[in-house]
Ligand binder design. Structure first.
Ligand code: SF4
Length: 324
């Protein structure tokens, strides 16, 4: 079996006494796009920040190209960490407002001490190839559109020569046509440069369109994972089914299948006993309040954490495609 580009094993992420992520394992295979979905506050962004090196693991391991990061000497750890680049949800927040686009694109080369005329020309050519023309190089971040700012952030990330891109809500706030363009761009760059992606989004249309596999998070844990097409068509976990059915507002003919979850996402500081979803689950049984369901591997690369998983009957047609 090929070594995955990235693996997170039994990760626990804490902020003071709050456990935001509790025992999450996932792997991103080479050349694939793994989607991570779930409601706001479920721990997705904490996973992204930890993989990008902005947050420490309380326990568990992060492995890049088969090397466990925390066991590496500091120089090799930095090199391994550089292979992972994070695209922030708000790209303008990650771009210094006092620097022009040209300076912003040159900065990663200076940090890596490879700022030669040739490397700069390569970055400018890369920027032009993805639609950032030379006329934009003298502009400041506040003079860019949302789509342009994301492209600048993307070129900066690529200047570090990563093998893995973690994209946190990459299309948030963009018009639907710009979303489509950006997703097409991400896909073509992945194929052209041999990248692997972890794509984090609450937007199931985005996940359905560009990911190969998907992992569903609920209250700091993975509750289901598998190939995207199969998981969207035959969700086995009641929470996945509810997420997918909520998306049917785009398809009024399927309103009757909609499952409306009761209550809010509980606080991770005081998660429910047993199955963390039991207080909102329409299929909960007495056992669910006391016994924690393990994430069990099933057939065809599927895994689910539920005592009473749904059977394989198509309940939704899957999200609508984004134009582009
Ligand atoms: Fe629902 Fe029980 Fe399955 Fe949890 S274990 S998702 S409460 S049926």
């Amino acid at each position: 079996m090929t070594t995955p580009a990235l693996a997170l094993d039994n990760a626990v992420i804490r902020y003071d006494r709050l456990t935001a992520v509790d025992g999450v394992s996932l792997e991103v295979r080479r050349g694939e796009t793994l989607g991570l979905v779930g409601e706001s506050g479920c721990g997705k962004s904490s996973v992204a920040r930890t993989i990008a090196g902005l947050q420490s693991l309380a326990s568990g391991t992060l492995t890049v190209d088969g090397e466990v990061l925390r066991t590496l000497p500091s120089k090799r750890r930095l090199d391994a960490q550089r292979k992972i680049q994070l695209l922030f949800q708000d790209p303008t927040a990650s771009l210094s407002p006092r620097m022009t686009v040209g300076s912003l694109l040159a900065e990663p080369l200076k940090i890596r001490r490879v700022h030669t005329p040739e490397s700069r020309a390569q970055i400018v050519a890369l920027a032009e190839s993805i639609g950032l023309g030379a006329q934009l190089l003298s502009r400041y971040p506040h003079q860019l559109s949302g789509g342009q700012a994301r492209r600048v952030a993307l070129v900066r990330a690529l200047a570090a020569e990563p093998s893995i891109i973690v994209a946190d809500e990459p299309t948030a706030g963009l018009d639907i046509s710009i979303q489509g363009e950006l997703l097409n761009l991400l896909r073509s760059l992945r194929d052209r440069l041999g990248l692997s992606y972890l794509l984090i989004s609450h937007n199931l249309n985005v996940i359905g369109r560009v990911t190969d596999r998907v992992a569903v998070m609920y209250l700091g844990q993975i509750v289901e994972s598998g190939p995207t097409a199969a998981l969207f068509r035959y969700p086995a976990h009641p929470y996945t089914r509810a997420l997918l059915s909520a998306n049917l507002t785009l398809d009024p003919s399927r309103q009757s299948q909609r499952i409306v979850l009761s209550g809010e996402l509980p606080s991770p500081s005081n998660p429910p006993s047993g199955c963390r979803f039991h207080k909102r689950c329409p299929l909960a049984q007495p056992r669910c309040a006391s016994d924690i369901p393990a994430l069990r591997a099933g057939e065809a690369g599927r895994s689910v954490a539920c005592h009473f998983p749904l059977t394989a009957e198509p309940v939704v047609s899957g999200p609508q495609a984004i134009a582009g």
